[in-house]
Design a protein around this ligand. Sequence first.
Ligand code: DAH
Length: 362
Amino acid sequence: MPARIDQLQEQAQRDLAGVTNADQLEQFRLKYLGGKGALKDLMALLKDVPPDQKPAFGQRANALRATLQAAFDERKSSLGAAPAKPTGPRIDVTEPGLPPTIGRSHVISQTIEDLIEVFGRMGFDVATGPEIEDEFHNFVALNIPESHPARDPLDNFYLENPYASAAKPGDESSSPRGLGGPGGPSASNTKKSTAHMLRSQTSTIQIRVMEKTKPPVRVVAMGRVYRPDEHDATHFSMFHQVEGLYVDRNVSMADLKTTLLQFVHAYFGPDAEVRLRPSFFPFTEPSAEMDVKMTIRGVTKWVEIGGCGMVDPAVFQAVGYDPEEWTGFAFGLGIERLAMRKYGITDIRWLFENDVRFLRQF
Ligand code: DAH
């Protein structure tokens, strides 16, 4: 019998020496130490051992169990300490991923889309016009005389050679400079005025639309305008305007007021507070400015968002409409102001800094 124990011990030690991973160790445990293992079988032999040898056999069997258990434990901890080689995929596919950053349109582009939609519902078509303008469309046809302070070179971006990048040097005949040619602010107050500039207002598009369309006309036009203003919380040297023009027979100031109020309530909601204040523009008579109540940095006040009025007969004359037959209203609103009021933006400069932390909020 003791020989049997020695044999078992040797065999177990050989097996354990060959164990290299947790699976094999578990096999070892089952084979020797488990409920149906070899040590259990050994104990079952105890009943056949002669009574005088029983204590010695029992002691040896127990000692063997303790030895194997200790060897097993030691092996287990040494195997556990070595980092287990990953067997599965190296990527944890259950880990939540980073949300993909997809682009979005700029808040001003979104506002323009919204304006097209709201005015579209009110029956306005969309018109466009060039950002490089001549003095005729920016001033002359809009009844802004040569002496008007709005034409001061210091208040406008006049261009020396408006199509420099488009014109081929030495190719005067096909050059777009034929549209007006180079020149600074000119003294001319006629259609042949040669000076070009970045448009300072979208009212230019009123003229362009009326030049090529017979009345009635109902359009809105959105786009960039440029003025050499100092940048601050409410001024930027480039901004956007939405221009509106409605020409028909018997258009009245009541139509203008209704249209603007309808627009403000459709765009900002029924609770928006709005007022029209008498004002002056060379191209409308009578003229008004529109204010909307806004809260800027905790202070609620009236903020001007644009001008409007009944189209001046001199403007109709400039585009060949009969002022005795046709009447109309026009308006021009600052798109940044509208967006600032709508989204609670308190500094116009944020709109053009291109900081995605700001832009991705809209
Ligand atoms: N063009 C004017 C500006 O930039 C705004 C304006 C006022 C437009 C009255 C209009 C208008 O069409 O009727 O300050």
